[in-house]
Design a protein around this ligand. Structure first.
Ligand code: NAI
Length: 334
């Protein structure tokens, strides 16, 4: 099987090349070009293409691929919003994804953001580099003995509950489907509704998936119900939080610290070096201007272990397609 790998970053090539020797029947050629209707024709002569969340696997792209006889699209990410699934079905193209990879990686990053924003590590680091050893403005909160509110206690939320327990925190969970096992294991002390969680939590971290019910669940009204000085962390999806309400909450002092790996404007920014550009909109710039806010660019998943799992799952799916075997559980989109 010959795979054309679109949108290659150096770390993609490194992680896939490391796994490839275990798949002698698969060969990969890498291109930095992203998969779009214009670049789909590069896949002439290949059996499959591999693409990432920021590709354009819409109707036109799929038509070009089908015309070339490419019948397999391997998405090396969990989300498949980039794919026109109905069109893929109509054209008889199989689409697979990587349903889950290292939830601990994302949970650890969530706690890293909480610690960094709360203890102003990002400010302290810059100060010390400039021989400024003063402490003014760097005071934070001790997490030991405080209350964490985890919204969405699925794979990632549960991993963060365990971490918060390690910090000596009381852990409140809120989920559409409370997981009694987490209570039995001592990772969650109590499941409560949103209002109670907002009222009691000193640290709130978002791990619910985004849908019409959770869209802008953090808004002016919910922020008003939170404790003064609350630490808010979002590694879920940007649109869980109404950014303008968040900015108002930070300005009013209600939100004491915020750590965001995802935010509403991120699509234009994710994985791009925009150092020489003028940003056309202001949410990113406004968030970056606050001393108690830390932004990262959708990097919570980015560990060697997660990259290895992404490569293995993608190659297992390619092999399953070639041999008519079973896809990795939860991988087959259509
Ligand atoms: P999961 O499916 O294991 O867990 C999601 C949980 O949220 C489920 O228990 C579900 O019942 C709950 N939920 C859904 N809607 C809810 C609501 N309105 N209120 C309360 N709970 C609700 O998913 P997993 O693997 O834990 O991922 C969580 C999110 O993390 C994903 O949706 C994804 O957006 C994000 N993510 C972020 C990454 C990053 O690099 N920043 C990487 C991977 C995932």
């Amino acid at each position: 099987m010959r795979i054309l790998f679109y949108g290659t970053a150096s770390y993609d090539k490194e992680s896939f090349d490391k796994e490839l020797p275990a798949y002698p029947d698969i060969s990969i050629e890498y291109t930095e070009t992203n998969l779009t209707p214009l670049t789909a024709s590069l896949a002439r002569g290949y059996d499959a293409v591999c693409a990432f969340v920021n590709a354009n696997v819409g109707a036109l792209t799929l038509e070009v691929l089908a015309g070339l006889g490419v019948k397999l699209v391997l998405m090396r990410c969990a989300g498949f919003d980039a794919v026109n699934v109905n069109m893929a079905k109509d054209l008889g193209i199989t689409v697979t994804r990587v349903p889950a990879y290292s939830p601990e990686a994302i949970a650890e990053h969530a706690m890293a953001l909480a610690m960094c924003a709360n203890r102003r590590i990002h400010k302290g680091y810059i100060r010390v580099r400039e021989n400024n050893f003063s402490l003014g403005g760097l005071v934070g909160e001790t997490l030991y003995g405080k209350t964490a509110g985890i919204i969405g206690t699925g794979r990632i939320g549960a991993a963060l509950c365990r971490i918060c327990k390690g910090f000596g925190m009381t852990v409140l969970g809120s989920d559409l489907y409370p997981n009694q096992k987490l209570i039995e294991e001592g990772c969650v002390d109590e499941y409560v509704d949103y209002d109670e969680l907002y009222a009691r939590a000193d640290l709130i971290s978002l791990h619910a998936f985004l849908n019409k019910d959770s869209y802008h669940m953090i808004n002016d009204e919910s922020i008003a119900k939170m404790k003064d000085g609350v630490i808010l962390i979002n590694t879920g999806r940007g649109a869980l939080v109404d950014s303008n309400a968040l900015i108002r909450g930070i300005r009013s002092g209600k939100i004491g610290a915020a750590g965001l790996d995802v935010y509403e404007e991120e699509n234009q920014n994710v994985y791009q070096d925009r150092g020489d550009q003028i940003l056309g909109t202001s949410i990113t710039a406004r968030l970056c201007s606050f001393p108690n806010v830390v932004l990262t660019s959708h990097q919570a998943f980015f560990t060697r272990e997660a990259l290895a799992q992404i490569a293995q799952c993608t190659l297992d799916n390619a092999l399953a397609y070639a041999n008519g075997g079973e896809y990795v559980q939860g991988s087959q989109v259509c």
